[in-house]
Design a protein around this ligand. Structure first.
Ligand code: SF4
Length: 201
């Protein structure tokens, strides 16, 4: 897959795009963008693997639901993230023609993706990209969501068996809202940071 072609498709969908070969280059770029700002995070495994909280916190106020100590704390922090000046998150899937897909349990990532900020950044590893919407959604439901459920130690069939989505009725289900973002939202800046490495689920 040629990330430059994916970048062109994203630009056609009105996103700004940057492409990096390594996560270290992307970290350096992102670290240079923000200083003394309030930055909200969208609960992203990709960003955790990049240690972005530690890097950006050195000279910004970073609000990250992953730093919560319990569910009430998570909800409070996630709410605070909705009105920060900038918001950083990832996607669960992306198509080669630049459609972004997120599947959310609580809704904080999807809500923060769409409105409330001056600018939103999506940080995306190559493993998230699929040829078309059907395959991207299949990947999100059968690979990303079960891995997330397992990471969170949830009592769902996908977490226990670890092989696919069972479209469960578990109270722990994390697949509640599916966002298919066809183009950049109006009246908000959005940038996709593509990285030529596997990152997140
Ligand atoms: S719907 Fe249930 S079984 Fe399917 S991925 Fe989500 S949590 Fe797992």
């Amino acid at each position: 897959m040629d990330l430059q072609n994916v970048a062109k498709a994203l630009e056609k969908n009105r996103y700004a795009v940057k492409v990096f070969d390594t996560k270290e280059e992307a970290i350096q770029y992102l670290d240079g963008l923000f200083d003394n700002l309030i930055v909200g995070f969208g609960d992203s495994e990709t960003m955790e693997q990049m240690h972005l909280y530690e890097t950006l916190s050195a000279h910004n106020t970073v609000i990250d639901p992953k730093q919560s100590v319990d569910n009430d704390d998570f909800l409070r922090i996630a709410r605070d993230c909705l009105t920060t000046e900038v918001f950083l998150t990832s996607v669960n899937g992306m198509t080669e023609d630049g459609v972004l897909i997120n599947l959310d349990g609580t809704g904080n990532r999807v809500a923060g993706s769409l409105f409330g900020h001056r600018k939103v950044y999506y940080i995306v590893g190559r493993n998230k990209i699929a040829p078309d919407i059907e395959q991207a959604i299949w990947r999100v439901r059968n690979i990303a969501a079960p891995k997330n459920a397992k990471r969170l130690q949830l009592r769902t069939p996908c977490a226990i068996k670890g092989d696919k989505c069972y479209n469960c009725a578990s109270p722990d289900r994390i697949c509640n809202g599916l966002l298919i973002q066809m183009k950049k939202m109006n009246d908000i800046d959005m940038e996709v940071v593509l990285i030529n490495e596997d990152l997140g689920f």
